[in-house]
Design a protein around this ligand. Sequence first.
Ligand SMILES: *[C@@H]1O[C@H](CO)[C@@H](O)[C@H](O)[C@H]1NC(C)=O
Ligand SMILES: *[C@@H]1O[C@H](CO)[C@@H](O)[C@H](O)[C@H]1NC(C)=O
Ligand SMILES: *[C@@H]1O[C@H](CO)[C@@H](O)[C@H](O)[C@H]1NC(C)=O
Length: 321
Amino acid sequence: MNIVQQVCRAISILGLITLCTGLQHCNPDYGPSGIYDCLQLDKYDKPQYATCITNSYAEMKTNYRYACKEDVYGERPTYCWNQCMVELHDMTYGHVYNDCACTPGQHVIKYSRTTSTTPLPISEQCYTPTGHDCLWFRDCLNYKYSCDGTDYKELLELGFNFCKIAPETKKKISENGFLWFDNAQKCFQVQMAPVLKQWLHLNCSTVENKATSVRNQCLSKPLGVISLCDLSHDDIWTIFWSIRDSFDKNLVPSILHVMNVIQNCSTSDKESNVTEMRLFFTPTINIHVTNTMIEKFLSKIVTKMSWQKEGIGWFCIFTES
Ligand SMILES: *[C@@H]1O[C@H](CO)[C@@H](O)[C@H](O)[C@H]1NC(C)=O
Ligand SMILES: *[C@@H]1O[C@H](CO)[C@@H](O)[C@H](O)[C@H]1NC(C)=O
Ligand SMILES: *[C@@H]1O[C@H](CO)[C@@H](O)[C@H](O)[C@H]1NC(C)=O
């Protein structure tokens, strides 16, 4: 542990972050992601966890404000150590919060490739997602937290669908649109990834709240790069309908959030040509009406009115009032 502390003390990244490199256990070329340790770092009042992460994850997670320290040849390593307080709270000094605090020497260090007694419950790539592995939502996030909250379920669904349609959608939009989409795709994974930290065992309401804020942030200005409102009218609606079409059902609650963010852009040309059609059910009927029935009913109307042929897209939202 002494090595870790000494190395850490000597290094300061971009004058802001303290990331330690060159440690034998977090190999600059091979990592692996997911190993962690507990150390006392300068400028913090208590010991905290540090994890071995990829440089690209470090950059994305901090909205491209931090990176691993360059090596002696001026190149960034693929992996480096990152302290918990930066990753979870964006704080480079001061008080160590409870979700980062630890007691040095009190835990077994999990070196995923060497210990056989305690295998990592999820694969090492889970800890530093790239945004390109669509199964991350199922195999990493939902594997650790199988919560039932609406916003959480929607984030899993929306994130997965963004990832799934990315190759096709990115071909249809401008450079700016591409930039937004690519960062949104990464954002869902990267901003949710900290809940997977091995020492964190959050309850579902905390995970749900995190999902809500991550969704809003990733839709409006993903990774701080470009705001959805800065995209052209064409890009916005191409993206919106691509997401809509990625669901094979018409009743898609998570689509509503995308729409809300679009309509929240102040310029009127972003406010779409969305026409609302409402179906009302009285409370007594309401309890007998299932989502499947609404789906079927609306699909029939749409077919009858030849909306598809007219190039009119549609989606439906179920609200109770
Ligand atoms: C979930 O955890 C948070 C933070 O630890 C706590 O404030 C909250 O009361 C917990 N909620 C439930 C429902 O247990
Ligand atoms: C709409 O914009 C306001 C001001 O920019 C912001 O505070 C709010 O969170 C946004 N709402 C949504 C749904 O994005
Ligand atoms: C809405 O549709 C009308 C008719 O096609 C068109 O003239 C108008 O520019 C559209 N508005 C927006 C905001 O796209």
